[in-house]
Design a protein around this ligand. Structure first.
Ligand code: NDP
Length: 329
């Protein structure tokens, strides 16, 4: 396994990590979740990603039980949670969601209970909260760090301006600002990571823990010749994701990527993950997997990324035809 520092922090995070969205406590049996975490840990993955909203809290409960059963030393792994949506989802009352002090404090306590942990390593604001003054959220995160309940805090899907506002508030009151952002990043979704955050990598040493490297499985190529059952996109209630993911323009590019991956002698999933790893502003690529075989396959992105030479990256660029425009200034 390889490790990168999480942005300006000294925290070494494995470049591949494992997330639990839609899988733990929902799509897969707890025994499969156990196998996935065990395989990941044994391979040197040290970061496991979670959130209060995942499977309405069950994802954290399942992960907590696995951690307890395994008895791995607490100082050998990194656990995250995220606050914003509330663990009750749409049924959350106004006090049970958002980034105001009340919900952030209570959500942290609840996540710790479900995970059976004394502290979270990383705590993300899952989305920006337009209703709560940024100072209130920054103070609360700072206080949680001082109380030893979290070690680092960050954001997810915040704009560059929102992240900068958090830093400005932190500087104003000499508080600890955000260390990392969790954006979507994959061959189809590039703007934030490749353009918007560019200044913040330099000025504040922003780290990124990127999500959906396979665009929910589309970049594995498994939908290249049509819809597949028994996948994420066939989970009842996920029709919105199916509509967003299976767009002909994406599938057309995916089919051409499949040909290139085949020429390189690697699976399309591995090529897509390796492509994310090539970006040095990515601290860690969070993998998702519903089967142990997928995770095993995806690990080989670590070695296969050497095959993504400048020449190959240009071929990928030609197929994608979506290089984000850099600002002129
Ligand atoms: P991916 O885009 O990599 O999708 C993972 C899914 O793709 C798997 O669950 C599986 O789904 C399928 N898959 C994985 N590997 C293969 C393979 N080799 N061949 C075929 N299919 C494969 O990542 P996720 O969308 O799961 O995101 C990763 C993590 O990021 C999440 O678990 C979560 O922790 C985090 N996240 C954060 C968000 C945020 O807002 N901060 C939002 C979303 C995710 P299946 O077999 O069911 O088709």
């Amino acid at each position: 396994m390889e490790y990168r520092r999480l942005g300006k922090s000294g925290l070494p995070v494995s470049v591949l990590s494992l997330g639990s969205w839609l899988t733990f406590g929902k799509q897969i049996d707890n025994s499969v979740a156990d196998e996935l975490m065990t395989l990941a840990y044994d391979e040197g993955i040290n970061f496991f990603d979670n959130a209060e909203i995942y499977a309405r809290g069950r994802s954290e409960t399942v992960m907590g039980e696995i951690l307890k059963r395994k008895g791995w030393p607490r100082d050998s792994y990194i656990i995250s949670s995220k606050v914003f949506f509330g663990h009750l989802g749409k049924e959350a009352k106004p006090t049970q969601r958002g980034l105001h002090r009340k919900h952030v404090m209570e959500a942290c306590e609840q996540a710790l209970k479900r995970l059976q942990l004394d502290y979270l390593d990383l705590y993300f604001c899952h989305r920006p909260d337009k209703e709560t003054p940024i100072e209130e959220t920054v103070w609360t995160m700072h206080n949680l760090i001082q109380q030893g309940k979290i070690l680092y805090w960050g954001t997810s899907e915040w704009s560059a301006q929102e992240i900068m506002e958090a830093h400005a508030a932190a500087e104003r009151y000499a508080l600890i600002g955000p260390t990392m952002e969790q954006p979507q990043y994959n061959m189809f979704e590039r703007q934030k990571v490749e353009v918007d955050y560019k200044g913040i990598y330099k000025t504040y040493g922003l780290g990124t823990t990127i999500w959906s490297p396979l665009a929910s499985g589309v970049l594995s190529g498994k939908y290249n010749s049509g819809f597949q059952h028994d996948t994420r996109l066939s989970i009842p209630g996920m029709e919105w994701l199916k509509d967003a993911a299976l767009v002909e323009m994406k599938l057309e590019k995916s089919r051409r990527l499949a040909v290139l991956a085949n020429e390189l002698g690697m699976s399309q999933a591995v090529m897509a993950i390796a492509w994310c790893l090539k970006n040095q502003n990515v601290s860690t690529v969070i993998l998702g997997a519903s089967r142990v075989g997928q995770l095993k396959e995806n690990f080989s992105a670590l070695t296969e990324k050497e095959k993504l030479t400048d020449d190959v990256m240009e071929k990928i660029e030609t197929i994608l035809d979506n290089r984000p425009k850099q600002p002129d200034y």
